[in-house]
Design a protein around this ligand. Structure first.
Ligand code: HEM
Length: 168
């Protein structure tokens, strides 16, 4: 992999950074801008808006995740510090290892959103339309905000680990 031409390596770095901006940027704007702004509208509009945003964010997140994983593998094996899959000596390798652990946690949080929270929320919203009871949807929205913030914090930690690797 040392022989990877520099244009190809540059391309993977570019895609890695684009996916970072796309996904983390969306998470940050959702947590820091959209969720607080949603407090200004009534509960029903809140859930409709949030559901519409999640519907777009969800595939975007998985797409970015796949891109980060694929390009990250090339970057790793092209890196002069890389000494093998399970070699974890030195600051570079340990930072990258911790980065992978946080990355794994982001996958777990995203999976919980995609396969548990979003479908549960959809069913709750249907029930709300029938019986007008907003309590269940509101409770789920709190959990949704929690998972979103958790993913944002993990993403910030991942960038910190990347910074440590770069400085190694
Ligand atoms: C949410 C997930 C991830 C984010 C936000 C992220 C972000 C970044 C950023 C911003 C850089 C710096 C790019 C540069 O300086 O040119 C980077 C570098 C890197 N990333 Fe990731 N990345 C993620 C996942 C991964 C994964 C899954 C892998 C490996 C399979 C990986 C491997 C690497 C490597 C090896 C570098 C180069 C480190 C160095 O220069 O020493 N990344 N990443």
């Amino acid at each position: 992999m040392e022989s990877m031409p520099s244009w190809a390596l540059a391309l993977t770095y570019w895609i890695h950074m684009l996916a970072t901006v796309l996904w983390l940027g969306s998470l940050a704007s959702l947590s820091l801008l959209v969720l607080p702004a949603l407090q200004k509208v009534d509960a029903k509009s809140q859930s409709i808006l949030l559901a519409a945003i999640q519907k777009r964010l969800d595939p975007l997140g998985w797409f970015s995740l796949a891109l980060l994983l694929a390009t990250g593998m090339f970057q790793m094996s092209a890196n002069a510090n890389y000494e093998g899959f399970l070699a974890i000596s030195g600051q570079w390798a340990s930072s990258i290892l911790v980065k992978h652990i946080f990355f794994g946690l982001m996958i777990v949080v995203s999976a919980a959103q995609t396969w548990w929270l979003l479908p549960t929320m959809q069913r709750a919203m249907l029930r709300q339309q029938k019986n007008g009871d907003v309590a269940e949807v509101e409770a789920l929205q709190k959990r949704e905000a929690l998972l979103l913030n958790l993913n944002l914090i993990l993403a910030i930690l991942i960038l910190g680990m990347t910074a440590l690797a770069r400085a190694a």
